[in-house]
Design a protein around this ligand. Structure first.
Ligand SMILES: [Zn+2]
Ligand SMILES: [Zn+2]
Length: 322
């Protein structure tokens, strides 16, 4: 009863904060917002920046395609054609694989960012902008060595992913993250499967960390390249445990599969998405011991299309049950 009241309290605080943010945004930026309509060029630039379409070049798309292709080939060589993710994606794909394919194309061509920006009406973009305006600490400026700067940014960005991921496992945010966990098979592209509103929350965490770190452009490029490649492998069925490396350095594909386990006793373990240190440090590590069945209970997502699934996620997040 008490716990229920606390949960309800957290929920109402959340709705209140959200409404206050929208209110403040509209009130303080009313003149700017209305003047935007009279200046189409500025409006266009703002949308391009907010949706990250301004960074979308042929090179960026090509690198994204190459990273995923390399991971697909490693999976194919390791598992053979019959068990490969590639076969499951192109020969009679399951409902789960079809959703993953949708998410992959939306994310490689950055349509994801456009959709989440439109869906959340720029609220996350606005709040992230406040972080960089009022909290511009720029810690990386104190490190003069460019390699050390890269390591610093890489490690802290990874920590940001751990915190963000752990946060998304708390209700009601879990209802959004559950969309990622609703995959009932791994085919590498599962990494791109995510709810559009969840992307907004990650954008906030990123905004906060960038304001703290003041990340140099080259570091971002390398960090994201490394991470993206590894995320494909984490969502492949190779089930590697990586020996000692998987115990002290990197989260292994087998350990991430445990994170996706449908079995309640495996819940809330292995949140790390690159270095395993965070799970070891915060006591959330569990060594993988089997080939786990993945997915979530009460899973409507693989039976419906992408947009319907997104809508179901929003309804569950806002507790508007079917
Ligand atoms: Zn998770
Ligand atoms: Zn995952």
């Amino acid at each position: 009863m008490y716990l229920c009241l606390v949960k309800k309290g957290v929920y109402y605080i959340l709705v209140f904060v959200l409404l206050m943010t929208i209110g403040t945004m509209v009130y303080s930026y009313w003149d700017k917002l209305t003047s935007l309509w009279q200046d189409p060029e500025r409006f266009k630039n703002l949308v391009l920046d907010a949706t990250q379409l301004s960074q979308l070049t042929f090179k960026v798309i090509l690198i994204g395609l190459m990273l995923s292709t390399a991971a697909v080939l490693i999976d194919l060589m390791s598992l053979g054609w019959k068990k490969s993710g590639l076969r499951r994606l192109i020969i009679n794909p399951s409902g789960s694989a079809k959703i993953d394919l949708w998410c992959y194309f939306l994310s490689v061509f950055k349509i994801y960012e456009v959709l989440y920006f439109v869906l959340t009406m720029g609220v996350f973009y606005f709040v992230a902008g406040l972080f960089s305006k009022f909290m511009n600490v720029n810690l990386s400026q104190y490190i003069s060595n460019v390699y050390l700067q890269f390591v610093f940014v890489f490690v802290l960005t990874d920590f940001k992913h751990y915190i963000g991921h752990r946060f998304m496992h708390i209700r009601p945010f879990w209802e959004l993250h559950a969309y990622h966990h609703s995959a009932d098979e791994f085919n590498l592209l599962t990494t791109t499967r995510g709810h559009l509103v969840e992307a907004g929350f990650y954008y906030l965490f990123t905004g906060l960390f960038f304001a703290l770190l003041g990340v140099p452009a080259m570091s971002i490029f390398l960090v994201y390249g490394f991470r993206e490649f590894y995320q494909y492998l984490l969502h492949s069925d190779v089930n590697w445990k990586l020996g000692i490396v998987g115990k002290v350095l990197l989260i292994s594909p087998a350990a991430h599969k445990l994170h996706h386990s449908i079995n309640e006793k495996d819940y809330n373990k292995n949140y790390s998405t690159f270095f395993i240190w965070w799970d070891l440090l915060f006591g959330t590590y569990q060594a993988p011991t089997a080939d786990y069945v993945i997915g979530i209970e009460d899973n409507p997502y693989n039976k419906v299309g992408f947009l319907k699934g997104q809508w179901i996620g929003i309804k569950r997040f806002l507790k508007l049950k079917d």
